[in-house]
Design a protein around this ligand. Structure first.
Ligand SMILES: [Zn+2]
Length: 451
C-alpha cells in the first residue's frame, strides 16, 4: 500500500492538470460539449485513455497560462477591466488596440457591465498577459495570443448560426406604447430602439391609439435557433386611426461605414437624426424666444432666438455639421455667423467678439466658430442664438433637438428603389409562411423563413 501512495499522488496531480487543461480547452472552444454516454465506462480503459491524453498534453500544459476572468465594472472601460486583474497598462493598451484594429465590432460601445473577458497570464511572469478572450456573442469568440516574437496573434472562433427573415405584427393595447408592445413580444431592445427612432421621425406617437397596427421585418441571426446574435430592421410599417399608413425601408451601400446607410421613406427621405450640440459649454438663458419689449428699441418685437449670458471671449460652437452661409458684420447683429445644416435649417450666432470661420467653410458639430462678445445692437456680452427652419421662419432654438440627414437623390435614390423592391419581395415570401401566435391580446404573430 505504501508503495502505491506516491503513484496515486502522481496520478492525482496529473488528473488535476488534466482537468485544468480540460477547463481551459472548454473555455477556448466552448462549443465542444462533452457527450454524456449512458453506458458505464470501463474504469481501466478510462484511466488508460486519460493517461494517454495526459502524455500528449503534458508539453502543451507546461506552457499554459493562468486564466483570470476580468469582469467589467460599472462605467468601466476595457483598459480598466483588464488592469483590474493585474494586466499592465501598456499591455492592456496593446491588446485593446490590436483588437480594435482587427475586429469590426465597436468594442467600447458594446462593452457592458458584468461582461467577462478572460485574460491568461504567463506562469512564470504573472503580470505578463499572454492570452485574451473576448466573447462578442455566444457564437463569436475572439482570441489574442502572444506569440514567441512578442506579437499578438488573432484568432476567431465562429460557431454555426442561422439567419432568417421574420415578420412581427400586432396591435397596440389600451394605453400601450409601441416601445413597450414590441418589447413584450420579445423583440430585442436594440431592434426596438431602431424601430422607434425611425418611426418617430414620421409619426407623432402622442396620438397613437389602441388598435394601431404595426408590422416589422427583421433579418435575424440566431445561434441554436433561440439565442439572439444580431439583427437588422429591414422594414417597418405603422397605421393607426389618426396616423396614416407609414412605411420605412433600410438602405445599405457597399461600404458598411457609409453615413447614408439608414432608414428612408419610399421617396428617399432620411429617417435618422443626429443630435445637436449646445453652442456654449454653460448655458444661462437671459432671454428666451418670443415676443418681448425690445431692451433698446422699447417696442414689442419678436425675439427670434435665445440669449445666453456669457463672458466676452467664451468659445462658441457649431451646434451641428454644416457649411458657413454667412460670416460677416452687420449693424444689428454685430459679428455674426450663420451655418446651413443638412436638413436645410440654419443656426445663427450673433454679437461675437471674434469670428473664426469664413463663408463657404465646412464645419463639424462642436467646432469652435467664434467667441462671445457684445458687438452690434447689444447691451452686454452674450450670445444670441437662433434657428431658422428650412422654410425660412424662425423657431424656438430650445425646441430644436435634431438635424435630419439628407434626402437620397439621383443614383442613390435609384439604388434605394431597387432595395425597396427587394425588401417587398422578402416581405411577400415571409408573408406566405405560417404565422405563430406570440401574444393573443396584442394579436401579435411572428412568421419567418430561413435564408
Ligand atoms: Zn437676442
Amino acid at each position: 500500500m505504501t508503495e502505491n501512495k506516491p503513484k496515486c499522488g502522481t496520478k492525482k496531480t496529473k488528473l488535476k492538470i488534466f482537468f485544468s487543461v480540460a477547463i481551459f480547452a472548454a473555455l477556448l472552444f466552448s462549443s465542444c460539449k462533452e457527450k454524456i454516454t449512458e453506458k458505464q465506462p470501463d474504469p481501466e480503459a478510462l484511466l488508460a485513455e486519460i493517461q494517454q491524453r495526459i502524455d500528449s498534453l503534458e508539453s502543451f500544459i507546461s506552457a499554459q497560462p493562468i486564466l483570470k476572468p476580468a469582469t467589467v465594472g460599472n462605467g468601466w472601460g476595457p483598459l480598466q477591466t483588464m488592469q483590474s486583474v493585474g494586466a499592465e497598462f501598456t499591455q492592456s493598451l496593446k491588446i485593446f488596440n490590436t483588437l480594435k484594429d482587427t475586429v469590426e465590432v465597436d468594442f467600447e460601445k458594446t462593452l457592458r457591465e458584468g461582461q467577462v473577458f478572460w485574460i491568461g497570464f504567463d506562469k512564470k511572469d504573472t503580470s505578463k498577459a499572454v492570452l485574451f478572450r473576448y466573447e462578442e456573442n455566444p457564437a463569436t469568440i475572439h482570441f489574442l495570443m502572444l506569440d514567441s516574437t512578442g506579437q499578438w496573434a488573432y484568432k476567431i472562433v465562429e460557431k454555426p448560426v442561422n439567419v432568417r427573415y421574420a415578420i412581427y405584427e400586432g396591435v397596440l393595447p389600451p394605453g400601450g406604447t409601441l416601445d413597450k408592445t414590441l418589447r413584450s413580444i420579445g423583440i430585442p431592445s436594440e431592434m426596438v430602439g431602431v424601430v422607434n427612432g425611425v418611426l418617430e421621425c414620421k409619426i407623432n406617437f402622442a396620438t397613437a391609439q389602441q388598435g394601431d397596427k404595426f408590422k416589422i421585418l427583421l433579418s435575424e441571426t440566431r445561434y441554436q435557433d433561440s439565442v439572439w446574435i444580431k439583427g437588422k430592421v429591414l422594414y417597418t410599417s405603422y397605421a393607426g386611426r389618426t396616423i396614416k399608413h407609414t412605411e420605412t425601408f433600410l438602405y445599405q451601400e457597399a461600404d458598411p461605414k457609409s453615413s447614408f446607410n439608414a432608414h428612408y421613406t419610399e421617396e428617399g427621405e432620411a429617417l435618422i437624426r443626429s443630435g445637436l450640440r449646445y453652442p456654449l459649454d454653460r448655458l444661462h438663458v437671459s432671454s428666451g424666444f418670443g415676443y418681448r419689449i425690445h431692451p433698446i428699441l422699447g417696442v414689442r418685437k419678436l425675439h427670434n432666438g435665445v440669449d445666453y449670458r456669457a463672458g466676452t471671449g467664451t468659445p462658441v460652437y457649431a451646434v451641428a455639421e454644416g457649411s458657413v452661409l454667412h460670416s460677416s458684420y452687420g449693424e444689428d447683429n454685430g459679428n455674426y455667423i450663420a451655418i446651413k445644416h443638412a436638413d436645410n435649417s440654419q443656426s445663427w450666432y450673433l454679437h461675437l467678439s471674434q469670428r473664426g470661420v469664413s463663408n463657404g467653410q465646412k464645419v463639424r458639430g462642436g467646432q469652435v466658430i467664434g467667441k462671445v462678445g457684445s458687438t452690434g445692437r447689444s447691451t452686454g456680452p452674450h450670445l444670441h442664438f437662433s434657428i431658422k427652419e428650412p422654410k425660412g421662419s424662425w423657431m424656438d432654438p430650445l425646441k430644436k433637438k435634431m438635424i435630419a440627414t439628407p434626402k437620397l437623390e439621383g443614383a442613390k435614390l435609384l439604388a434605394l428603389k431597387e432595395q425597396i423592391k427587394a425588401s417587398r419581395g422578402s416581405l411577400a415570401k415571409v408573408e406566405a409562411a405560417q404565422p405563430k401566435s406570440i401574444n393573443d391580446s396584442l394579436q401579435a404573430t411572428v412568421k419567418w423563413i430561413e435564408i
